[in-house]
Write a protein that binds this ligand. Structure first.
Ligand SMILES: Cc1cc2nc3c(=O)[nH]c(=O)nc-3n(C[C@H](O)[C@H](O)[C@H](O)COP(=O)(O)O)c2cc1C
Length: 382
Protein backbone atom coordinates (compact mmCIF):
# COMPACT_ATOMS: atom_id res chain seq x y z
CA UNK A 1 0.00 0.00 0.00
CA UNK A 2 1.28 3.48 -0.86
CA UNK A 3 1.84 6.23 1.66
CA UNK A 4 -1.37 7.55 3.18
CA UNK A 5 -2.48 11.05 2.29
CA UNK A 6 -4.40 13.15 4.81
CA UNK A 7 -3.85 16.84 4.28
CA UNK A 8 -5.54 19.99 5.54
CA UNK A 9 -4.72 23.68 5.43
CA UNK A 10 -2.74 23.13 8.65
CA UNK A 11 -0.25 20.96 6.74
CA UNK A 12 0.44 23.82 4.34
CA UNK A 13 0.66 26.39 7.14
CA UNK A 14 3.21 24.38 9.14
CA UNK A 15 4.94 22.41 6.37
CA UNK A 16 3.89 19.01 7.76
CA UNK A 17 2.43 15.85 6.25
CA UNK A 18 -0.40 15.03 8.66
CA UNK A 19 -2.66 17.36 10.69
CA UNK A 20 -1.63 15.96 14.06
CA UNK A 21 0.28 17.87 16.76
CA UNK A 22 1.53 16.13 19.88
CA UNK A 23 0.58 18.44 22.74
CA UNK A 24 3.04 20.34 24.88
CA UNK A 25 3.16 18.50 28.19
CA UNK A 26 5.26 19.92 30.98
CA UNK A 27 7.27 17.92 33.49
CA UNK A 28 5.84 16.17 36.49
CA UNK A 29 5.74 18.40 39.53
CA UNK A 30 9.08 17.17 40.73
CA UNK A 31 10.71 18.77 37.72
CA UNK A 32 11.78 15.40 36.42
CA UNK A 33 11.66 14.64 32.71
CA UNK A 34 8.95 16.58 30.86
CA UNK A 35 5.95 14.64 29.47
CA UNK A 36 6.81 15.81 25.94
CA UNK A 37 10.62 15.76 25.80
CA UNK A 38 12.97 16.01 22.81
CA UNK A 39 12.61 12.29 21.97
CA UNK A 40 8.83 12.58 21.58
CA UNK A 41 9.05 15.82 19.60
CA UNK A 42 11.56 14.33 17.17
CA UNK A 43 9.57 11.09 16.81
CA UNK A 44 6.29 12.86 16.04
CA UNK A 45 7.83 15.40 13.66
CA UNK A 46 9.83 12.71 11.85
CA UNK A 47 6.64 10.65 11.47
CA UNK A 48 4.96 13.51 9.63
CA UNK A 49 3.07 15.25 12.44
CA UNK A 50 4.40 18.13 14.49
CA UNK A 51 5.95 17.47 17.89
CA UNK A 52 5.65 20.16 20.56
CA UNK A 53 8.21 20.40 23.35
CA UNK A 54 6.65 20.67 26.83
CA UNK A 55 8.98 23.35 28.14
CA UNK A 56 6.91 24.67 31.04
CA UNK A 57 9.14 23.18 33.74
CA UNK A 58 12.49 23.66 32.05
CA UNK A 59 14.91 26.34 33.11
CA UNK A 60 15.59 28.88 30.38
CA UNK A 61 18.94 27.20 29.64
CA UNK A 62 17.41 23.72 29.52
CA UNK A 63 14.80 24.92 27.07
CA UNK A 64 17.42 26.45 24.79
CA UNK A 65 19.48 23.23 24.91
CA UNK A 66 16.38 21.14 24.14
CA UNK A 67 15.48 23.35 21.16
CA UNK A 68 19.01 23.04 19.79
CA UNK A 69 18.96 19.27 20.29
CA UNK A 70 15.68 19.00 18.36
CA UNK A 71 17.20 21.03 15.53
CA UNK A 72 20.24 18.76 15.47
CA UNK A 73 18.07 15.62 15.27
CA UNK A 74 15.42 16.64 12.75
CA UNK A 75 15.01 19.21 10.04
CA UNK A 76 11.22 18.92 10.33
CA UNK A 77 9.10 21.68 11.92
CA UNK A 78 8.40 21.49 15.66
CA UNK A 79 6.83 23.58 18.40
CA UNK A 80 7.65 24.80 21.91
CA UNK A 81 4.95 25.13 24.58
CA UNK A 82 5.25 27.33 27.66
CA UNK A 83 2.70 28.73 30.11
CA UNK A 84 1.99 32.45 30.32
CA UNK A 85 0.60 33.07 33.82
CA UNK A 86 -1.54 36.19 34.24
CA UNK A 87 0.79 37.74 36.81
CA UNK A 88 3.93 37.56 34.65
CA UNK A 89 5.60 40.73 35.94
CA UNK A 90 4.99 39.92 39.58
CA UNK A 91 6.39 36.42 39.10
CA UNK A 92 9.49 37.60 37.33
CA UNK A 93 10.23 40.20 39.95
CA UNK A 94 9.89 37.59 42.68
CA UNK A 95 11.85 34.86 40.89
CA UNK A 96 15.40 34.16 41.95
CA UNK A 97 17.98 32.20 40.07
CA UNK A 98 19.49 28.74 40.40
CA UNK A 99 17.81 26.26 42.72
CA UNK A 100 16.24 26.56 46.17
CA UNK A 101 15.35 23.70 48.54
CA UNK A 102 11.60 23.10 48.46
CA UNK A 103 11.52 22.85 52.26
CA UNK A 104 12.71 26.47 52.44
CA UNK A 105 10.02 27.68 50.05
CA UNK A 106 7.32 25.86 52.00
CA UNK A 107 8.05 28.07 55.03
CA UNK A 108 6.60 31.05 53.14
CA UNK A 109 3.23 29.33 52.65
CA UNK A 110 0.17 29.87 54.89
CA UNK A 111 0.48 28.04 58.21
CA UNK A 112 -2.59 25.88 57.49
CA UNK A 113 -0.97 24.39 54.38
CA UNK A 114 2.31 23.80 56.19
CA UNK A 115 0.54 22.08 59.07
CA UNK A 116 -1.43 19.88 56.68
CA UNK A 117 1.73 18.71 54.93
CA UNK A 118 3.23 17.77 58.32
CA UNK A 119 0.04 15.92 59.28
CA UNK A 120 0.03 13.90 56.04
CA UNK A 121 3.70 12.99 56.52
CA UNK A 122 3.00 11.85 60.07
CA UNK A 123 -0.28 10.02 59.34
CA UNK A 124 1.19 8.04 56.43
CA UNK A 125 4.65 7.64 57.96
CA UNK A 126 6.26 9.34 54.95
CA UNK A 127 9.91 10.34 54.80
CA UNK A 128 10.89 14.01 54.91
CA UNK A 129 12.11 14.81 51.41
CA UNK A 130 14.21 17.58 50.11
CA UNK A 131 14.06 18.36 46.48
CA UNK A 132 15.53 21.37 44.78
CA UNK A 133 13.19 23.72 42.95
CA UNK A 134 14.37 25.55 39.85
CA UNK A 135 13.83 29.28 40.26
CA UNK A 136 14.42 30.20 36.64
CA UNK A 137 11.84 28.04 34.88
CA UNK A 138 10.09 29.23 31.76
CA UNK A 139 6.88 29.50 33.82
CA UNK A 140 8.51 31.87 36.31
CA UNK A 141 10.38 33.78 33.59
CA UNK A 142 8.05 33.68 30.56
CA UNK A 143 9.40 36.86 28.96
CA UNK A 144 12.93 35.44 28.93
CA UNK A 145 11.57 32.17 27.58
CA UNK A 146 9.81 34.01 24.75
CA UNK A 147 13.04 35.84 23.94
CA UNK A 148 14.87 32.52 23.55
CA UNK A 149 12.10 31.13 21.32
CA UNK A 150 12.37 34.23 19.12
CA UNK A 151 16.17 33.99 18.96
CA UNK A 152 16.02 30.30 18.13
CA UNK A 153 13.26 30.94 15.56
CA UNK A 154 11.23 27.94 16.70
CA UNK A 155 8.73 27.16 13.92
CA UNK A 156 5.68 27.17 16.23
CA UNK A 157 5.30 28.96 19.58
CA UNK A 158 2.51 27.56 21.76
CA UNK A 159 1.01 29.28 24.81
CA UNK A 160 -0.52 26.60 27.02
CA UNK A 161 -1.95 29.25 29.33
CA UNK A 162 -2.66 32.91 28.64
CA UNK A 163 -3.02 34.97 25.49
CA UNK A 164 0.21 35.26 23.46
CA UNK A 165 -1.24 38.09 21.34
CA UNK A 166 1.34 40.57 22.70
CA UNK A 167 4.23 38.72 21.03
CA UNK A 168 2.62 37.83 17.69
CA UNK A 169 4.15 40.71 15.73
CA UNK A 170 7.67 39.90 16.86
CA UNK A 171 7.08 36.20 16.28
CA UNK A 172 5.92 36.81 12.72
CA UNK A 173 8.94 39.03 12.10
CA UNK A 174 11.07 35.99 12.99
CA UNK A 175 9.06 33.58 10.83
CA UNK A 176 7.37 31.99 13.84
CA UNK A 177 3.70 30.94 13.94
CA UNK A 178 1.77 31.40 17.20
CA UNK A 179 -0.76 29.00 18.71
CA UNK A 180 -2.99 29.55 21.75
CA UNK A 181 -5.25 27.22 23.70
CA UNK A 182 -8.75 27.97 24.92
CA UNK A 183 -11.42 26.17 26.92
CA UNK A 184 -14.28 28.58 26.10
CA UNK A 185 -15.62 30.75 23.28
CA UNK A 186 -15.03 34.06 25.10
CA UNK A 187 -11.28 33.46 25.09
CA UNK A 188 -11.43 31.97 21.58
CA UNK A 189 -12.79 35.29 20.31
CA UNK A 190 -10.31 37.36 22.33
CA UNK A 191 -7.31 35.29 21.26
CA UNK A 192 -8.33 35.19 17.60
CA UNK A 193 -8.67 38.98 17.60
CA UNK A 194 -5.18 39.34 19.04
CA UNK A 195 -3.61 38.03 15.82
CA UNK A 196 -2.63 34.44 16.62
CA UNK A 197 -2.24 31.96 13.74
CA UNK A 198 -3.85 28.88 15.25
CA UNK A 199 -6.25 28.15 18.08
CA UNK A 200 -6.64 24.91 20.01
CA UNK A 201 -10.13 24.37 21.45
CA UNK A 202 -9.52 22.04 24.36
CA UNK A 203 -12.50 20.34 25.97
CA UNK A 204 -13.18 19.30 29.57
CA UNK A 205 -12.13 15.71 28.78
CA UNK A 206 -8.51 16.75 28.39
CA UNK A 207 -5.60 15.77 30.62
CA UNK A 208 -3.77 18.52 32.49
CA UNK A 209 -5.29 22.00 32.94
CA UNK A 210 -8.79 21.96 31.61
CA UNK A 211 -11.98 24.01 31.39
CA UNK A 212 -15.64 23.21 31.91
CA UNK A 213 -16.98 22.72 28.36
CA UNK A 214 -16.92 19.32 26.67
CA UNK A 215 -15.04 18.96 23.37
CA UNK A 216 -18.16 18.20 21.30
CA UNK A 217 -19.88 21.43 22.36
CA UNK A 218 -16.74 23.56 22.49
CA UNK A 219 -15.12 22.87 19.13
CA UNK A 220 -17.84 24.05 16.70
CA UNK A 221 -18.56 27.07 18.91
CA UNK A 222 -14.86 28.02 18.89
CA UNK A 223 -14.64 27.55 15.12
CA UNK A 224 -17.42 30.15 14.80
CA UNK A 225 -15.99 32.46 17.46
CA UNK A 226 -12.42 32.39 16.15
CA UNK A 227 -13.23 32.62 12.42
CA UNK A 228 -11.12 33.04 10.27
CA UNK A 229 -8.40 31.71 12.60
CA UNK A 230 -8.13 27.93 12.02
CA UNK A 231 -8.99 25.68 14.97
CA UNK A 232 -7.53 22.37 16.18
CA UNK A 233 -9.53 20.12 18.48
CA UNK A 234 -8.15 18.77 21.77
CA UNK A 235 -9.46 16.79 24.68
CA UNK A 236 -10.38 13.14 24.34
CA UNK A 237 -8.74 12.45 20.99
CA UNK A 238 -6.94 9.12 21.06
CA UNK A 239 -7.42 7.45 17.70
CA UNK A 240 -8.48 7.94 14.08
CA UNK A 241 -12.14 8.20 15.06
CA UNK A 242 -11.43 11.30 17.12
CA UNK A 243 -9.31 12.75 14.33
CA UNK A 244 -11.97 12.12 11.67
CA UNK A 245 -14.66 13.62 13.93
CA UNK A 246 -12.57 16.75 14.50
CA UNK A 247 -12.04 17.18 10.75
CA UNK A 248 -15.77 16.60 10.14
CA UNK A 249 -16.57 19.43 12.57
CA UNK A 250 -14.38 21.77 10.55
CA UNK A 251 -11.08 21.60 12.43
CA UNK A 252 -7.81 21.81 10.54
CA UNK A 253 -6.19 19.26 12.85
CA UNK A 254 -5.86 17.86 16.36
CA UNK A 255 -3.70 18.52 19.42
CA UNK A 256 -3.20 15.22 21.24
CA UNK A 257 -1.83 14.87 24.79
CA UNK A 258 -2.64 11.75 26.79
CA UNK A 259 -2.33 9.33 23.84
CA UNK A 260 1.19 10.59 23.15
CA UNK A 261 2.05 10.47 26.87
CA UNK A 262 1.49 6.72 26.70
CA UNK A 263 4.28 6.18 24.19
CA UNK A 264 7.80 4.86 24.47
CA UNK A 265 9.33 8.28 23.79
CA UNK A 266 7.26 10.30 26.29
CA UNK A 267 9.08 11.42 29.41
CA UNK A 268 6.53 10.39 32.05
CA UNK A 269 7.59 8.03 34.83
CA UNK A 270 6.77 4.37 34.14
CA UNK A 271 4.24 4.38 36.99
CA UNK A 272 2.37 7.21 35.25
CA UNK A 273 2.25 5.36 31.92
CA UNK A 274 1.05 2.25 33.76
CA UNK A 275 -1.77 4.19 35.43
CA UNK A 276 -2.95 5.48 32.04
CA UNK A 277 -3.02 2.01 30.49
CA UNK A 278 -4.85 0.58 33.50
CA UNK A 279 -7.36 3.43 33.82
CA UNK A 280 -10.97 3.20 32.66
CA UNK A 281 -12.90 6.18 31.30
CA UNK A 282 -14.21 6.80 34.82
CA UNK A 283 -10.84 6.92 36.52
CA UNK A 284 -9.92 10.58 36.03
CA UNK A 285 -11.15 13.70 37.80
CA UNK A 286 -10.58 17.44 37.95
CA UNK A 287 -9.07 19.12 41.00
CA UNK A 288 -7.22 22.30 41.91
CA UNK A 289 -5.00 20.27 44.24
CA UNK A 290 -1.97 20.06 41.95
CA UNK A 291 -1.45 23.58 40.65
CA UNK A 292 -4.23 25.81 42.00
CA UNK A 293 -6.01 25.65 38.62
CA UNK A 294 -8.51 23.02 37.52
CA UNK A 295 -6.48 20.06 36.30
CA UNK A 296 -7.48 16.55 35.21
CA UNK A 297 -5.52 13.56 36.40
CA UNK A 298 -6.03 9.90 37.23
CA UNK A 299 -7.97 9.73 40.50
CA UNK A 300 -5.76 8.77 43.42
CA UNK A 301 -5.82 8.65 47.20
CA UNK A 302 -4.07 12.03 47.15
CA UNK A 303 -7.40 13.54 46.00
CA UNK A 304 -9.17 12.10 49.03
CA UNK A 305 -6.56 13.53 51.39
CA UNK A 306 -6.86 16.96 49.78
CA UNK A 307 -10.69 16.92 49.76
CA UNK A 308 -10.68 16.07 53.45
CA UNK A 309 -8.16 18.80 54.31
CA UNK A 310 -10.75 21.56 53.99
CA UNK A 311 -8.01 23.84 52.60
CA UNK A 312 -8.39 26.31 49.75
CA UNK A 313 -5.85 25.87 46.96
CA UNK A 314 -3.11 28.51 46.76
CA UNK A 315 -2.98 30.56 43.53
CA UNK A 316 -1.11 29.08 40.56
CA UNK A 317 1.78 28.25 40.64
CA UNK A 318 2.17 28.32 44.49
CA UNK A 319 -0.07 25.31 45.06
CA UNK A 320 2.52 23.31 43.11
CA UNK A 321 4.89 23.66 46.06
CA UNK A 322 2.39 21.87 48.30
CA UNK A 323 1.59 19.06 45.85
CA UNK A 324 5.21 18.64 44.71
CA UNK A 325 6.42 18.11 48.25
CA UNK A 326 3.85 15.44 49.00
CA UNK A 327 4.21 13.75 45.61
CA UNK A 328 7.96 13.47 46.19
CA UNK A 329 7.26 11.85 49.55
CA UNK A 330 4.67 9.43 48.07
CA UNK A 331 7.08 8.39 45.33
CA UNK A 332 9.97 8.01 47.75
CA UNK A 333 7.77 5.78 49.97
CA UNK A 334 6.53 3.76 46.95
CA UNK A 335 2.95 4.75 47.66
CA UNK A 336 1.80 4.44 44.06
CA UNK A 337 -1.87 4.70 44.95
CA UNK A 338 -1.28 8.35 45.94
CA UNK A 339 0.50 9.28 42.69
CA UNK A 340 -2.12 10.42 40.14
CA UNK A 341 -0.90 10.93 36.59
CA UNK A 342 -2.02 14.05 34.73
CA UNK A 343 -4.15 12.38 32.07
CA UNK A 344 -7.43 12.75 30.21
CA UNK A 345 -10.63 10.73 30.00
CA UNK A 346 -9.28 9.17 26.81
CA UNK A 347 -7.07 7.04 29.10
CA UNK A 348 -9.95 4.55 29.03
CA UNK A 349 -9.25 4.00 25.33
CA UNK A 350 -5.50 3.49 25.72
CA UNK A 351 -4.45 -0.11 26.20
CA UNK A 352 -0.75 -0.09 25.41
CA UNK A 353 2.48 1.86 25.36
CA UNK A 354 3.88 1.99 21.85
CA UNK A 355 6.21 4.08 19.70
CA UNK A 356 4.87 7.55 18.85
CA UNK A 357 5.22 6.83 15.12
CA UNK A 358 2.85 3.88 15.48
CA UNK A 359 0.28 6.00 17.34
CA UNK A 360 0.42 8.62 14.61
CA UNK A 361 0.31 6.21 11.68
CA UNK A 362 -2.60 4.25 13.16
CA UNK A 363 -4.49 7.46 13.79
CA UNK A 364 -3.96 8.61 10.19
CA UNK A 365 -4.78 5.16 8.74
CA UNK A 366 -8.02 4.87 10.69
CA UNK A 367 -9.12 8.42 9.86
CA UNK A 368 -8.46 7.87 6.15
CA UNK A 369 -10.42 4.61 6.24
CA UNK A 370 -13.35 6.32 7.97
CA UNK A 371 -13.41 9.25 5.57
CA UNK A 372 -12.99 7.12 2.42
CA UNK A 373 -14.96 3.98 3.28
CA UNK A 374 -16.72 3.71 6.61
CA UNK A 375 -18.62 7.01 6.39
CA UNK A 376 -19.90 6.52 2.82
CA UNK A 377 -20.90 2.94 3.73
CA UNK A 378 -22.67 4.02 6.92
CA UNK A 379 -24.35 7.21 5.91
CA UNK A 380 -26.87 7.82 3.15
CA UNK A 381 -27.12 11.45 2.13
CA UNK A 382 -29.35 11.39 -0.92
C1 LIG B 1 0.86 15.08 31.57
C2 LIG B 1 0.29 16.30 30.93
C3 LIG B 1 0.99 17.48 31.03
C4 LIG B 1 0.49 18.62 30.42
N1 LIG B 1 1.23 19.77 30.50
C5 LIG B 1 0.87 20.82 29.75
C6 LIG B 1 1.72 21.95 29.65
O1 LIG B 1 2.78 22.01 30.26
N2 LIG B 1 1.32 22.96 28.84
C7 LIG B 1 0.14 22.90 28.13
O2 LIG B 1 -0.13 23.80 27.35
N3 LIG B 1 -0.71 21.86 28.26
C8 LIG B 1 -0.35 20.82 29.01
N4 LIG B 1 -1.16 19.72 29.05
C9 LIG B 1 -2.41 19.70 28.24
C10 LIG B 1 -2.09 19.21 26.84
O3 LIG B 1 -1.28 20.12 26.16
C11 LIG B 1 -3.34 18.96 25.99
O4 LIG B 1 -4.05 20.16 25.83
C12 LIG B 1 -4.26 17.89 26.52
O5 LIG B 1 -3.51 16.79 26.98
C13 LIG B 1 -5.22 17.45 25.42
O6 LIG B 1 -6.17 16.53 25.88
P1 LIG B 1 -5.94 14.91 25.87
O7 LIG B 1 -5.05 14.63 27.02
O8 LIG B 1 -7.31 14.39 26.03
O9 LIG B 1 -5.31 14.57 24.56
C14 LIG B 1 -0.72 18.58 29.69
C15 LIG B 1 -1.43 17.38 29.61
C16 LIG B 1 -0.93 16.24 30.20
C17 LIG B 1 -1.70 14.96 30.04
Amino acid sequence: MGKLVLRTKLCDMLGIEYPILSAGMGPNLLGEETGAPVDLVVAVSEAGGLGVLGASGYSIGEMRDAIREIKSRTDKPFGVDILLPKNIVELEEGAGSGETPLSELLRSLPQGHQDWIKKVLADLDLPEVDIMVKMDTTTLRPREAIKVCLEEKVPLFCAGLGNPGFMVEEAHANGIKVLAITGNTKNARRMAQSGIDLLVAQGHEAGGHTGRIGTMALVPACIDAAYPVPVLAAGGIGDGRGLAAALAMGCVGVWVGTRFLATEEAGALDVIKKHIVEASDEDTRVSTMFTGKTLRSITSKFHTLWDESGLEPLPFPLQMLVSSYLLAAFIRANKEEYVGAFAGQVSGLIKDIKPAREVLEEMVGEAVDILQHRLPENVITS
